[in-house]
Design a protein around this ligand. Structure first.
Ligand code: SUG
Length: 435
């Protein structure tokens, strides 16, 4: 059977609040606060456990090494520089080289399942994340991690990221959805973009992190037929209100698009494009859920997933229960047999949420056939023994508290390296980090 596997980013040992993301209101608002790497990783693992308990295939992507010796070398510090060395010479770079941002796996890559591609292989392109300094450091290790897991070249191709120019700005699956009657069938890939390649990055408001050109190039290199790709422009008003990725205001699962009324620049274009297709567009009106509530609660950053019984459930952040409009909307949705959301599971993901990362940010969807799933390298598909082992590993290695000031602490990088070294053994992924 073909199934969607959600690969969640395991939160790394340097998780902190440095306020690095302009246009991401949670990141900007929590700058300098005390984080808990251990609690963050545990919250992420609890979400992964819930999905396995619901009978869904759940994968894990390991964190990245921080600092990354390749980045230190490229920045002229030399591969053996310590965060304290960087602090002495360019203190403003320390939070960026130490960020645990790869935890938001929705930004790791764009993925085309084999049902959509000309050569019937799964294609993955790491996102260049060129719009933010700290996230521009991710694509090298992302490529290496994906190449280690999706190593079987008869079934998978891991591409190079697009070059890092503003024209190619790419944030991966967070701006990409796939409409299909069921995961195993060919899909219509929906690329949502904030600007054309030649438009300014920040025309007065917050940065537009995704270009249309990036989606055009990636879908072509994946071998997706042009008539199976749809480009939809994200609403400027949504970006300026804090929806720095489209997955903050809409989510797609199989034949369902759940979107805020203000998500797209011209909602009529999306409706017209899918007119005649077996697609259900569930649009949530602004008078039921104001855009500000959608963004602060992260209602649309939920994971909409199909359960083994065929019904759809929403894996939502706990904030939707605490926001009056979203709680009321979900109660009505679940009671309404015409609404595809049949049930809701809300989770405490506050450590990630305070940096603007909800349930959907933490996962990369990869639709795989049984044979493709068997061809994965490493122990990356979760079951209870692996979850328990990862929890013990987190408890043994992660700090309880971290502030941005601790990032240059000489002990932190060593602790993280020891943790990652042990993790490669647990996940059976070989020498991923050159440790
Ligand atoms: O890119 N936050 C991430 C959050 C990513 C959410 N992903 C999706 N919507 N798919 C970002 O803005 C904040 C880091 C800090 O401020 O310390 C950060 O990178």
């Amino acid at each position: 059977m073909t199934a969607e596997v959600n690969f969640d980013g395991l939160v790394g040992p340097t998780h902190n609040y440095a306020g690095l993301s302009l246009g991401n209101r949670a990141s900007m608002g929590h700058a300098g606060m005390v984080s808990s790497p251990r609690r963050a990783a545990r919250q992420g693992l609890a979400k992964m456990r819930l999905l396995t308990e619901l009978g869904l295939a759940q994968g894990v992507l390991p964190p990245q090494r921080r600092p990354d010796p390749n980045i230190l070398r490229r920045l002229g510090f030399g591969p053996d520089a310590t965060p304290a060395d960087v602090h002495r010479r360019s203190p403003q770079l320390v939070p960026a080289i130490m960020s645990a941002s790869p935890m938001w796996a929705a930004n790791a890559a764009t993925v085309s399942p084999s049902a959509d591609t000309a050569d019937r292989r799964v294609h993955l392109t790491p996102a260049n994340l060129s719009s933010t300094t700290h996230r521009s450091f991710e694509s090298g290790q992302t490529g290496r991690i994906l190449a280690a897991i999706f190593a079987d070249q008869a079934r998978f191709e891991v591409h190079d990221p697009l070059p890092g120019a503003a024209a190619f700005a790419d944030e991966g699956a967070a701006n990409h959805g796939r409409l299909t009657p069921s995961h195993g069938e060919p899909g219509l890939q929906v690329f949502v973009y904030g600007r054309d390649a030649d438009e300014p990055v920040s025309p007065g408001g917050f940065p537009r992190r995704q270009t249309r050109l990036a989606g055009e190039l990636i879908s072509r290199s994946h071998g997706v037929a042009p008539n199976r790709v749809l480009f939809v422009r994200q609403a400027d008003a949504a970006i300026d209100a804090g929806a720095f990725h489209n997955d903050v205001v809409s989510v797609v699962n199989e034949d369902v698009v759940l979107a805020h009324q203000s998500a797209f620049e011209d909602p009529g274009l999306l409706s017209a494009a899918i007119d005649g297709l077996p697609v259900r567009l569930v649009e949530v009106a602004a008078d039921r859920v104001p855009l500000e509530d959608a963004i602060s609660s992260y209602l649309f950053n939920s994971q909409l997933v199909t359960l083994p019984d065929g019904s759809m459930t929403l894996i939502a952040p706990a904030e939707v229960d605490e926001t009056e409009s979203t709680a009321a909307y979900l109660a009505e949705a679940v009671a309404d047999p015409g609404n595809p959301i049949a049930s809701v599971h809300s989770l405490d993901l506050r450590e990630s949420m305070h940096n603007g990362g909800g349930p959907a940010c933490l996962r990369l969807r990869v639709v795989l056939t049984d044979a493709e799933r068997r061809a994965l390298t490493g122990r990356v598909l979760l079951d209870e023994p692996l979850l328990a082992e990862l929890e013990r590993w987190v408890d043994a290695h992660y700090r309880d508290e971290l502030t941005p000031n601790d990032l240059a602490d000489p002990a932190l990088a060593g602790e993280s390296d020891r943790a990652l070294d042990e993790l490669t053994t647990i996940l059976d992924l070989g020498d991923l980090y050159d440790l």
